[in-house]
Design a protein around this ligand. Structure first.
Ligand code: FES
Length: 260
């Protein structure tokens, strides 16, 4: 259930240049589903000093026994810059968990596809699939090695295939290339994905071509995160309701429902 709560920071580490893994106490998030997200106040002191609107972050991981949760984020603007400077012992102001996450399907062929910082909401999913004794094959793509910030964390949950645009890690190509090879040999796969819009569009096309069920977690700027400001529309194939709100109706959608 969604709540507004305060959470004490346990650690905030720069895991790769400009990419931070922030861990905080949050027993409130024990039941967060993979794909759900949090809205966090990112003022200079955690509350005031702007930016005034909260910033959205996918739930990267949770530890139910320890009562902790994690986010993984890249410094992209003032809000994330402020967040990167927060220290252990300081307090975060969080609303969440928000939105609807991935629908876990019982399948012999689970596939995870994460592009860039789109990996953030996928680690918890990989962990849950692993706990359910599914063996996901995990495709992770990024511009370069530094942006593959979470690759080694995925390794304990399934086979990981890496691609980078510059060839600094894994194959030098976009992740759709090895993924298509896999889909050619493995029909009826289920793909859980998050990443840049062109990548997700490409996965939607591959899903159609190889009869794979594709779920996409859309990345949008979100001001309220609650479906109130109407600032995060996505066009869908629905004659009654042309637009849905990414924050409230998603962020995860079946790829075939989205107008690409
Ligand atoms: S962020 Fe306000 S409606 Fe989605």
């Amino acid at each position: 259930m969604m709540k507004n709560f305060k959470a004490e920071i346990i650690s905030n580490k720069e895991v790769n240049p400009d990419i931070f893994n922030l861990i905080f106490k949050a027993p409130e998030l024990a039941a967060a589903a993979p794909g759900q997200f949090l809205e966090i106040l990112c003022g200079a002191d955690g509350v005031s000093g702007g930016p005034f609107l909260r910033r959205p972050f996918g739930v990267y991981n949770t530890d139910v026994k320890k009562g902790t949760a994690e986010i993984l984020f890249k410094v992209l603007g003032q809000g994330t810059k402020n967040l990167s400077a927060r220290k252990a012992g300081e307090i975060l102001d969080i609303v969440g968990p928000l939105g609807s996450g991935f629908k876990i399907i019982d399948t012999p062929r689970p596939v995870i596809a994460g592009g860039g910082m789109g990996v953030a909401p996928l680690l918890l999913l990989a962990k849950i699939l692993h706990e359910k004794k599914q063996k996901p094959i995990i495709f992770l793509g990024a511009k370069n090695k530094e942006e593959l910030a979470a690759a080694e964390k995925f390794e304990k949950y399934g086979k990981v295939i890496l691609t980078t645009d510059d060839g600094s890690a894994g194959e030098k190509c976009f992740l759709n290339i090895p993924l298509e090879k896999y889909l050619k040999e493995n029909k009826n796969a289920v793909i859980y994905s998050c990443g840049p819009h062109p990548m997700l569009k490409c996965l939607a096309e591959l899903g159609k071509k190889y009869k794979a069920a594709v779920q996409v977690s859309l990345e949008e700027k979100m001001a309220c995160g609650l479906g109130v400001c109407r600032g995060c529309p996505v066009e869908v194939k629905n004659k009654d309701e042309k637009y849905k709100m990414v924050c409230k109706d998603g962020p995860v959608f079946p790829a075939e429902d989205v107008v690409w």
